[in-house]
Ligand binder design. Sequence first.
Ligand code: NAD
Length: 456
Amino acid sequence: MDTEELTDVAEKAQEAFLAWRDTPVSVRTRHVVRFGELVRKHHDELATIVSKELGKTFDDAKASVFRGLEVVEHAYSTPDLIMGESLQTVSRNMDTYSFREPLGVVAGICPFNFPAMIPLWMFPLAAACGNTFILKPSEKVPLTSVRLMELAVEAGFHPGVINMVHGGKETVDWICDDLRIKAISFVGGNQAGEYIHQRGTNNNKRVQANLGAKNHCIILPDADKEDALNAVVSAFLGSSGQRCMALSTVILVGEAQSWLQDLVEKAKKFKPGKDYGALVSKESKTRIEAILAKVESQGGKIVLDGRNFNLPPGHEYGNYIGPTVIANAAPGMDCYDLEMFGPAAVCMQADSLDEAVEIINKNKFGNGASIFTSNGASARYFQANCNVGQLGLNVPIPVALPMFSFTGWNASMRGDVYFNGKQGINFYTRIKTVTARWNTDAKYQTVLSGSFPVMK
Ligand code: NAD
């Protein structure tokens, strides 16, 4: 889109804001409820679009739409969640109270890997809070967002309240620079996200940026082996590994090191085309193959190789990589240092739990980490000492429901205020505090004084 078209969108969103912020919060929320009902009604259709434009299997796409719908449903509680605070009689005849007010026009910049879920993290809550919204979907998967916009129109959102723009870097730069846009929600990789955070905050915008990841799990020898290996393999192969919470690094501790071959056998059972879909693009496949090409020269060992496998009938044109497992991974190797974002896990070894936790804490990312154990004390040690923002105890992908915030740490997040939960409301609002005095008693009339006023 050219600058003229983008400016037109921003002007319409700005104009709509003035009426939308004065619309009662319950009425705004009712629009979101109607929209949520439409997402539910068109669940299969949305999942089909996700599946067609991205390549996820239909079941996986359907589940991802559902996870987005849960966030929309969380926004139904906005009238409760947006309430401020009050304190009566902070001084004679004086009360103090605070409101949460919307910011104005806010924007969302989305990644390719969840074409429905990530937009649904953003605009329903932002709009319920009284903001108007400009959504920029990933240029790789814009069609799901187009359908979401049609559903927003059908739900009765006033013109200019929910808007969409298209494009890549130039559109992103415009979002960072246009001063009508007060805040940016970003989800995507580190390169783009760190740039957007910097450019947006330089323009005094509020920016929340959920970034890339390298999620580790620790398997202790006292874990339920079958349960742990099923969970871990599903968590690195599901969605062909194209999830920011994919469990891409497995640390086998002590005697659990002998479980590597069992893990490989389970990974072999996954059938590309049936159990997970194609990668988003040929570039993505080529990038992963380039990382795999370096594994052995960098000291690793590919124990299950997903390159050059026979494509399943009907999927001959898909960008597939088969299940892949790398042993002897270590820092300094590309397969460990880079986010692969494909159906592959790297495996490492540790002699003890604290050594395993130390490996995780040395990694620059901090999105998610899990432990598999039957020992409560080990789980508690992990919980207390692992410097990662979302932990799973015998849970492979610890993404909490949206009444909690999505709390990635370290290089997996830029900004201070998280998506979802109460922090989601905090991000899309700012607090106005009012101190009010309605004097009814001549005794407390203001007297002339040069001293700083104190409450009496
Ligand atoms: P990406 O960073 O390439 O793209 C995300 C958005 O940024 C897109 O809308 C794109 O148009 C824009 N963009 C890309 N390059 C840009 C540049 N140079 N300048 C300005 N804008 C640019 O991410 P992706 O490949 O679409 O998505 C995968 C990444 O997203 C992975 O790193 C994954 O971990 C991350 N992700 C993180 C979360 C989370 O919650 N932490 C969730 C989903 C995905």
